[in-house]
Design a protein around this ligand. Structure first.
Ligand SMILES: [Zn+2]
Length: 90
């Protein structure tokens, strides 16, 4: 109490709460595309994930993205996200 509140988001992989700045935003665009939003400024419904391959793996396994976006996600989208995450998580 008395501390300044930093907005926190829950990782869809590991489930930890972290500040938005430490996380990557994944969005579903109005066109229904799923993509990573490195700038955090794109329009769309967002979910948050740690910049970690492990968390992405967990999110895929637990269907965290499906739950966040209320849709089934084809494997080619997961492959694209995994490749993007490999560039981020070095
Ligand atoms: Zn995580």
């Amino acid at each position: 109490m008395g501390m300044k509140k930093i907005p926190q988001r829950q990782c869809i992989g590991c489930g930890e709460m972290k500040s938005k700045k430490e996380m990557i935003r994944v969005i579903k665009t109005p066109e229904g595309e799923i993509m990573m939003d490195a700038t955090g400024k794109k329009n769309g419904r967002g979910a948050y994930i740690c910049p970690s391959r492990e968390c992405l793996k967990k999110a895929i396994k637990s269907k965290g993205l499906e739950r966040s976006f209320k849709m089934s996600i084809p494997s080619d989208i997961y492959e694209a996200l995994t490749k993007e995450m490999e560039n981020i998580d070095k």
